[in-house]
Design a protein around this ligand. Structure first.
Ligand code: MN
Ligand code: MN
Length: 381
């Protein structure tokens, strides 16, 4: 296995040796905790390494490093060029920052060694973009990519993240980032199909599972949010992204809010969106049901959605403040739903209370309290 890996990684080893590594690649055997793998100077190199690891059957992700994380525990695995932030003992301080991620004191910016070629973008703020953009605002149910965690099973895709429930045969939630770069001219693929990345032995919902049920195949991340490439569009047609949604919920308010969110991207905004089903028992065009597909798929009683809207830019977490617009919706999964999404506005706290999830949990607690207790009253166009 590792022999093969080495072969896959060979072309990238040289760039990884560079001393001023700013990015870290972490990997794991699926279901195991992530371990530090190596550093890379550029994000694109780190991403290539991560891709190569994935093609070898590992989970892999790129994190922004400050010479802190992997280095101090230099022990780290495959070590390779670890070159632990060493170089510049000057950075000194940085080393302290725990867990790299959030807090680290702008150490990064320091980029000692003068060498001039500071990493692009100048990530100097205290908070940098999580390299995995779809979970920047947190993993509200603490989902993990462990097959034993079958009702809160984390699936990180390039185009979105979701937590899947094997028992319900639906996602618990789907989370994604949206900006104008996600939108292009690709046609809706309508390629509804089983998700091949579910664990082998699990029941896989198919297109046919919803036939004659009286419920629509309700996308959580909509087709319209992924129109840049055919692959992106097809990625949202796997059945793990669907819930049995009443026709009026799906086609009316749910849809009109999706359009509202996409329109925001043309107004210079980017969004973090998360949504999912809640409860049991909805009413479609064939009446009230608690399950469909011979009892295999649970029909929710409600749908909910949270959108955080902010001007496009970088270092998103650090730019969210008490003025940031957050829209939370709570809608019945029945045929009473009309086109006006605004009437379904509620607070994030309400949805947290219902679902038991903790949204926006990468933000400071006091900021969460402010944003989550508010019910949006902003413009609806
Ligand atoms: Mn809260
Ligand atoms: Mn919260």
């Amino acid at each position: 296995m590792f022999g093969l890996l080495l072969k896959l990684l060979m072309p990238y080893l040289a760039p990884m040796m560079l001393v001023l590594a700013q990015y870290e690649v972490w990997f794991s055997i699926p279901g195991e905790p992530m371990e530090f793998y190596s550093k890379a100077k550029s994000k694109s190199t780190a991403e290539k390494v991560a891709r190569a690891l994935r093609s070898g059957g590992f989970d892999a992700e790129v994190r922004v490093g400050n010479g802190s994380d992997g280095s101090t525990t230099g022990s780290s695995t495959a070590g390779s060029g670890t070159s632990t932030g060493g170089s510049s003992s000057s950075t000194g301080g940085s080393g302290t920052s725990p867990s790299g991620s959030g807090t680290s004191p702008s150490g990064s910016g320091t980029s000692p060694s003068g060498s001039g070629n500071t990493s692009s973008g100048g990530n100097s703020g205290p908070l940098v973009d999580d390299p995995y953009v779809h979970l920047v605002l947190g993993n509200p149910s603490g989902a993990t990519a462990n097959v034993a965690n079958e009702n809160n099973y984390l699936m990180k895709k390039n185009q979105y993240a979701l937590a899947y429930s094997r028992e319900n045969a639906t996602p618990n939630w789907v989370s994604w980032h949206l900006d104008k770069n996600d939108l292009g001219g690709v046609d809706r693929s309508d390629s509804f199909r089983p998700d091949p990345t579910l664990p082998k032995d699990w029941y896989k919902v198919t297109d046919a599972s919803y036939k004659g049920s009286g419920f629509t195949r309700g996308h959580m991340i909509p087709s319209g949010d992924r129109t840049k490439t055919n692959a992106d569009n097809q990625s949202v047609f796997v059945m793990t992204n669907m819930i049995p949604q009443s026709a009026n919920n799906n086609n009316k308010a749910w849809n009109s809010f999706e359009v509202f969110c996409r329109d925001q991207t043309a107004k210079g905004n980017e969004l973090y969106i998360i949504c999912g089903p809640y409860g049991e028992g909805g009413t479609g065009t064939s009446g009230k049901k608690t399950t469909i597909d011979k009892g295999r798929i649970k029909v929710p009683s409600h749908t909910w959605k949270i959108a955080v809207i902010m001007p496009s830019g970088s270092n998103d977490l650090s730019r969210i403040n008490a003025e940031t617009r957050v829209i939370a919706l709570w809608m019945p999964n029945d045929q009473s739903v009309g086109n006006d999404w605004a009437q379904y506005r509620t607070s994030v706290d309400f949805i947290e209370e219902k679902t038991g999830y903790d949204f926006l949990n990468t933000l400071p607690t006091s900021l969460q309290a402010t944003l989550e207790s508010r019910v949006d009253k902003g413009p609806t166009k």
